[in-house]
Design a protein. Structure first.
Length: 306
């Protein structure tokens, strides 16, 4: 009998250590006149909380004025918390705490809000962040690449990304990888795009929505994919102490613009005339030649005179 009692006690202690003790947050809704609502998500130490026992509570002056657990929303394939906050007075400061059932930890959320009757925050695409610590709000596209495809160059200006590919490269089914701000995600409309696991059509400029890690900001970006209009041939002459070097570009399309730059600074432009363009009197250094959507890096060396 004693062994049975000891075993039961041991099992209780083990169960308590595994499952912990959830906070006894509760609120008497009948004590309040007004409400405000949230559609949010829970995040602890960078990890989304998706256990039905995970919860968020709202507080005013240390008193619970709202509490809910996370639920799975089948239509959106994500976990959300539908929180109603109660109060009798506008402009009270509302703070929040989250409970991570897996770690059996309660964490305070840094962000607070002022209570406003009938106010609503968040939706199923852009949910309100109940997070500790606070998540990032950046929404940048830093780079774009395509699996198995040579990328000649990429130009990012404002919220437009232009990617240059080789002549005759197909653009209707590109497996696209995105490099984004930390924690951000990318969507077409509200459909999430899995980086490196997709087939996207870039026949026309394509609009993407970049959603910040904390989901507080969404920014529209345009990605344009251009293929070279022709294939160029490039020749160089090294510089010597008494004469600068030169770069000759042969290109099959007349009047196509040729741009010479170094270190991001444009040194000069020409148009293809009789199939060629020549840049002369160049000092030693690294140059970039751009023509018809193709790019070539050329190094001019200083050659010692005999």
């Amino acid at each position: 009998m004693k062994n049975y009692i000891y075993s039961a006690i041991a099992l209780f202690l083990i169960s308590s250590s595994i499952f912990g003790q959830a906070p006894s947050w509760s609120v008497n809704e009948n004590n309040y006149q007004y409400t405000m609502t949230f559609v949010g998500f829970l995040n602890n130490d960078g990890n989304g909380l998706v256990n039905p026992n995970d919860k968020v509570a709202a507080f005013v002056n240390g008193e619970v004025c709202g509490v809910t657990n996370v639920i799975y929303v089948e239509s959106e394939k994500r976990y959300c918390a539908y929180l109603t906050v109660f109060s009798n007075v506008n402009n009270e400061t509302v703070s929040f705490k989250i409970y991570d059932s897996g770690k059996d930890k309660v964490k305070s959320v840094d962000k607070t809000v002022a209570f406003k009757a009938n106010e609503h925050y968040g939706n199923l695409f852009q949910a309100y962040p109940f997070a500790s610590p606070a998540l990032k709000s950046e929404v940048e596209i830093l780079d774009v690449s395509f699996a198995g495809v040579v990328k000649n160059n990429i130009v990012i200006e404002g919220s437009q990304v232009t990617v240059y590919l080789n002549k005759d490269q197909g653009v209707t089914a590109l497996n696209t990888s995105f490099s984004l701000s930390l924690g951000a995600s990318v969507y077409i409309g509200t459909v999430k795009q899995n980086s490196g696991a997709n087939e996207l059509n870039f026949t026309n400029p394509t609009l993407f929505n970049v959603l910040s890690e904390d989901q507080s900001i969404v920014q529209q970006w345009t990605i344009v994919v251009k293929t070279a209009t022709g294939n160029g041939s490039y020749y160089k002459k090294e510089a010597v102490c008494y004469e600068g070097g030169s770069i000759k570009v042969l290109f099959p399309i007349e009047k196509e613009e040729v741009v010479l730059s170094t270190g991001g600074i444009i040194l000069g432009t020409q148009v293809v005339d009789n199939g060629q363009a020549i840049f002369s009197n160049l000092s030693e250094g690294t140059y970039e030649v751009k023509v018809g959507g193709s790019f070539k890096e050329i190094v001019i060396n200083l050659k010692n005179a005999l």
